[in-house]
Design a protein around this ligand. Structure first.
Ligand code: PLP
Length: 294
């Protein structure tokens, strides 16, 4: 038996390390592809319908003719065949492989559809209690960050910069000082008991976890304001946190930036609130667990 995660490649089940893709695939050549990442708890995909609906919207945005419902069926089959309980599912759909040209080939290519399920022994449990450090960086991404495309070069560069600075996540800063989101997470603040996060738009991904956490906050009676966080107002926040499919609800206790460019973060570092996980994060984490277990 192979140790490789179980994959489904264009409808055929096989070990992930046996999947072969053409070098003329437009995902490989141009990043002409969309993807999803779904968390599996106790054998059940969490917020599955929400992820499939986002995939469907992204396929439509890029005019890739793949059927999200069929992909959903393949995903559930793959998960079941894998027998995994704590897992991550990765889905990627590219426009397909064909002669290299910028415009879409005509007639349309057959999309390449990859699904795989891999074990996920959650590595973030301690970080969710202790909190993490985040790194401010310029947002170099394209103007349609609401589409979950595999064009993640700017996200990768930002994440590497954060890692080299001893931080867990990079936070994107716009030229006007607005903080939009992380390299692979949504960003929230807490001020005077209210939860703040950037309004949806073309500059952020509509995070599935973001949507859930906003609902959980409202149900818990915590006021929510869709309002941009600002670099020069970080010192007014009581709490700062990230959300994402693998991060869940992750407190940020310190924000760092390069001293050269950020006068507004004293000495290149600012402690958020008490420097420890705060009560709003703790409450949202508890509500999140209730949802997972329900
Ligand atoms: N923002 C960006 C840029 C992301 O890449 C991700 C996830 O990969 C998120 C936010 C969080 O989204 P979700 O909650 O759907 O995982």
């Amino acid at each position: 038996m192979s140790n490789s995660p179980l994959a489904n490649w264009n409808g055929e089940q096989m070990p992930l390390d046996e999947v072969q893709v053409s070098v003329l695939d437009r995902g490989f050549l141009f990043g002409d592809a969309v993807y999803e990442v779904i968390r599996v708890y106790n054998g059940k995909p969490f917020l599955f319908e929400e992820h499939i609906q986002r995939l469907d919207r992204n396929l439509a945005e890029l005019r890739i003719a793949a059927d999200a419902r069929q992909i959903a069926d393949r995903t559930l089959e793959t998960l079941q065949a894998s027998g995994l309980a704590e897992a991550l599912i990765y889905i990627q759909v590219t426009r397909g492989a064909g002669p290299r040209m910028h415009r879409f080939p005509d007639p349309p290519l057959s999309p390449n559809i990859l699904v795989f399920a891999k074990e996920f022994p959650d590595p973030y449990a301690a970080a969710r209690e202790q909190g993490v450090r985040a790194w401010l960086t310029e947002d170099l991404r394209w103007k349609r960050c609401d589409i979950k495309s595999v064009n993640l070069l700017a996200n990768c560069l930002a994440a590497q910069e954060a890692y080299e600075s001893g931080c867990t996540e990079a936070l994107f800063v716009e030229p006007d000082g607005a903080l939009t989101e992380g390299s692979h997470t949504s960003l929230f603040g807490v001020r005077d008991g209210a939860v703040l996060t950037a309004p949806l738009g073309e500059n952020i991904l509509p995070g599935i976890t973001r949507g859930l956490v906003l609902n959980l906050a409202e149900q818990a009676g915590i006021p929510v304001h869709e309002e941009l966080l600002k670099r020069d107002r970080l010192n007014e926040l009581d709490e700062l946190f990230l959300t994402g499919t693998t991060s869940e609800v992750m407190p940020v206790v310190e924000v760092l930036s390069s001293q050269r460019s950020e006068q507004s973060v004293p000495d290149g570092s600012i402690t958020i609130g008490s420097g420890q996980r705060g009560p709003v994060v703790e409450r949202l984490q508890a509500e999140y667990r209730v949802r997972v277990e329900g």
